[in-house]
Design a protein around this ligand. Structure first.
Ligand SMILES: Cc1cc2nc3c(=O)[nH]c(=O)nc-3n(C[C@H](O)[C@H](O)[C@H](O)COP(=O)(O)OP(=O)(O)OC[C@H]3O[C@@H](n4cnc5c(N)ncnc54)[C@H](O)[C@@H]3O)c2cc1C
Length: 447
């Protein structure tokens, strides 16, 4: 492999963030006459879409309880819509269907969506919610629902296809993307902490600016950058000096191998992505046993690229020292972090709880295809977008990231010298300052 000896911009990771940054930065360099895509090198230890972006469910939504997240997502939805074909994006909309304990939170999301001009409809009350849902699906039967937020924008995109579309756009701008190049260590300046070179399995590359978009591998790169393993976090007036910077959760997703055509709305359209949270007891569709009487949640959509109805449920915490978590082999290839029988029973039963058409379909679950995968999270479960060691821009999205195709555009703007107000609430200093994002009543760490 011919590895360049130097590059102005070295981007580590060919997932959504690395590729989006590369593409938008190339465009901005050209537009301002300051350079071109030829100044940018993307390296990936495996290949394009080898990380979380290549296995993500691909849901694109605005529904966030945190105002800063909502504004950021609205910006990203604009980017998805700007080239839906190349990004393999399906703008079917998104629905958050919730129980009483979440009604107020979701109501405030609706109010703030109105304020930022993001089109949505909010239905309140058990009867009105059931009527709205049955107007879309005549077999709707979920219990314990007292509100429905229907976002008219958003939807989902096909994970690998969108990454290859984005990579092709970056390459068309002159960006080089090298697969099989793993960053093993950094060289730092003698008079500053800045990174001056990457040492890879294929040799050394001098660089002026580094962008890190390594998804679940962020803890490893963080360690190579010699950044702190434990940080100070101020929350609710209490200061804790020793909070681990990174923790892992395992995301549980799967596919029911039905014909995706069977999941259409009453008027024959492909439906919005559905996210249902409820505190109604959930019974197994296999043997009638109680699965849970606590708050539970699932999401699902018909998806031809997965070959069925695909979706997921709440993740579980990986209770291990982050340095010891086996990230590789990643995703479906992992012997440890893929879904098991409990997930299959829970998710398929939850589908049947929501819609009669899924009753008795559990045998069609695609057991032959492993699914699910690790995500690496920050102390407050929200992203960090910030510069470390003077010239290293770290994009650590805390697993909200597939939908955030616009973040790379904003990062590119910042690399060009223009600060982004949308990224400001996600700086690292927020932990010590106690400027954390508010938490909701959702059972998911990313809502
Ligand atoms: C099962 C699952 C489902 C998800 N579903 C959704 C969803 O529906 N919607 C949503 O918004 N988000 C979703 N997410 C989260 C989302 O996928 C991630 O937040 C996002 O894809 C992270 O993108 P990234 O570019 O930072 O990293 P990744 O896509 O993980 O890419 C990182 C790349 O860096 C490379 N790399 C790592 N270390 C090195 C190194 N040392 N040298 C060179 N290369 C390196 C890897 O090979 C990899 O290709 C999901 C995550 C999972 C696991």
């Amino acid at each position: 492999m011919m590895l360049p000896q130097a590059t102005k911009y070295a981007i580590i990771g060919a997932g959504i963030h690395g590729l989006s940054t590369a593409y938008h930065l190339a465009q901005m360099l050209k537009a301002t006459g300051k350079g071109s895509g030829a100044d940018i090198l993307v390296v990936d230890k495996t290949a394009i879409a080898a990380g979380a972006s290549g296995i993500a469910c691909g849901v694109v939504r605005n529904n966030y309880f945190q105002p800063a997240m909502r504004e950021l997502m609205a910006h990203s939805v604009d980017v998805w819509e700007s080239d839906a074909k190349t990004y393999s994006y399906h703008p079917v909309g998104y629905m958050q269907i919730s129980p009483e304990c979440m009604r107020e939170d979701v109501g405030s999301i609706y109010e703030q969506q109105k304020a930022i001009g993001y089109e949505s409809v909010f239905i309140e009350g058990a009867g009105a919610s059931a009527k709205y849902m049955q107007g879309l699906f005549d077999d709707w039967q979920a219990q314990g629902i007292t509100s429905v937020l229907h976002e008219k924008r958003g939807g989902y995109a096909n994970n690998k296809a969108s990454m290859h579309g984005l990579a092709a756009k970056a390459e068309a701008e002159g960006v080089r993307i090298l697969s099989g190049v793993e960053v093993k260590s950094f060289e730092f300046g003698s008079n500053s902490g800045a990174v001056t070179a990457l040492n890879t399995n294929h040799g050394r590359i001098d660089c002026e600016t580094v962008v890190v978009g390594v998804g679940p591998w962020v803890n490893k790169i963080w360690n190579l950058l010699e950044l702190p393993k434990e940080i100070t976090v101020k929350a609710n007036g209490v200061v804790r000096p020793d909070v681990p910077m990174w923790k892992f959760w395992c995301l549980e997703e799967g596919t029911l191998g039905v014909d995706p055509e069977m999941h259409r709305t009453n008027d024959g359209r492909f439906p919005p992505v559905l996210h249902v949270d409820t505190d109604a007891p959930l019974y197994s569709d296999r043997d009638g046993k109680l699965i849970t009487d606590k708050l539970w949640g699932i999401y699902y959509k018909p998806d031809f690229s997965f070959g069925g109805v695909q979706g997921g449920a709440s993740p579980y915490k990986v209770d291990q020292d982050p340095d010891q978590v086996a990230i590789d082999p990643y995703g479906p290839d992992s012997p440890e972090f893929v879904v098991g029988e409990d997930f299959i029973d829970m998710w398929c039963s939850a589908l049947a709880h929501c819609q009669k058409r899924f009753q008795g379909q559990m045998p069609l679950y695609k057991r032959e295809e492993n699914s699910g995968g690790l995500g690496c999270f920050t102390p407050d479960n929200f992203p960090v977008f910030d510069v470390f060691r003077e010239n290293v821009y770290v994009i650590a999205d805390s697993n909200h990231g597939y939908k955030m195709i616009g973040v790379g555009k904003l990062v590119a703007q910042e690399l060009m010298g223009e600060k982004s107000a949308l990224l400001e609430p996600f700086r690292f200093a927020r932990f010590a300052k106690g400027e954390l994002h508010p938490t909701s009543h959702s059972p998911f760490p990313w809502s």
